[in-house]
Design a protein around this ligand. Sequence first.
Ligand SMILES: [Zn+2]
Length: 376
Amino acid sequence: MLKLQILHISFIFFIFSCQSSSGQMENDNTLKSNKTYTDKSQTEKSESNTNDTISIIGVGDIMLGTNYPKSPNYLPPNNNCKPLLEEVIHILKDADLTFGNNEGVYSDNTSTAKSCSSDNCYRFSMPEKFADCLTEAGFDVLSIANNHVGDLGSYGRNNTVKVLTEKGFNFAGLSTHPYTTFEKNGIKYGFTAFAPNEGTNIITDIKNAKKIVEMLDSISDIVIVSFHGGAEGNKYQHVTKEVETFLGQNRGNVYKFAHEVIESGADIVFGHGPHVTRAVDIYKDRFIIYSMGNFCTYRRFNLSGPNGIAPIVKVFVNKKGEFLKAKIFSVQQYEHKGTLLDSQNRAFEKIKTLTKEDFPELSIYFSDNNEIFKGK
Ligand SMILES: [Zn+2]
């Protein structure tokens, strides 16, 4: 046992000595952290954890409006993103940790955008000040591994890293920033994120994903893994357990990916990318959701049918990361009004139906008050 611990310690020492000796970002599998256990307690969430239950919220795609291509319609009225999240802020803030997928880059300078003039030009560049709306809404940790983080090329990726660092977010997902670690309310968190896109941690390289997760597991209490994977749209609501290709791109086998990272020590897997809600799964007492849909996507996103509903997923785990229960808050988006609560509860009902269809072998119980438990 002691030998194992010494090995562990030397492995950690090796990793961090590599970091400090490496002066430049490398586009390889080198494990590097952009932050090491900096405490980022917010006043609203500053009480230390006195009980054994930790609540962690996850949401899907966030794009609060884009300044490229230039159009007054692509930004919220008065350039103000705050109203978009107003109705759900009280939910987002009521957790030990809140996560979302940052679907785009932050930049006030769009000169490096690959030129495109037609209506089919989907590049997402949020004004830098829009990151403050996520701070105000209680977000602690963000994924930047997705198909829009390259929308302004390497300038956009670097500027997004700069903005998120300046604003105090924990984030990961680029090959230059593959993971992050931080401490909040006495809990040590490890976080990493994957996608099939250039410049990101690649979702199809499961060997690398496992290596990162194993390392995070050795130095963290709770390890959270995010992926942006699977095919997109209402034809692709099911988890196929196979490799999914979309627009000619390998978008990963999200079932295999999620199970493999849990084998390596992940405690929660938050999936997104298909723009629709998908099933949940519980594997080795760890929670997975395969897609959390469009959470807050201002204009330029198809919000019809299943694309217009999404869950806020509040996962309760113990200090080992074992799943206790989850609560789903169903939200909806329509007519560019931001994220609103859905009185019809459609995201919860969708998750319930899809989980029963995709994983009939699992015993997962859905309660009348929108909670999810592992069945006996
Ligand atoms: Zn995407």
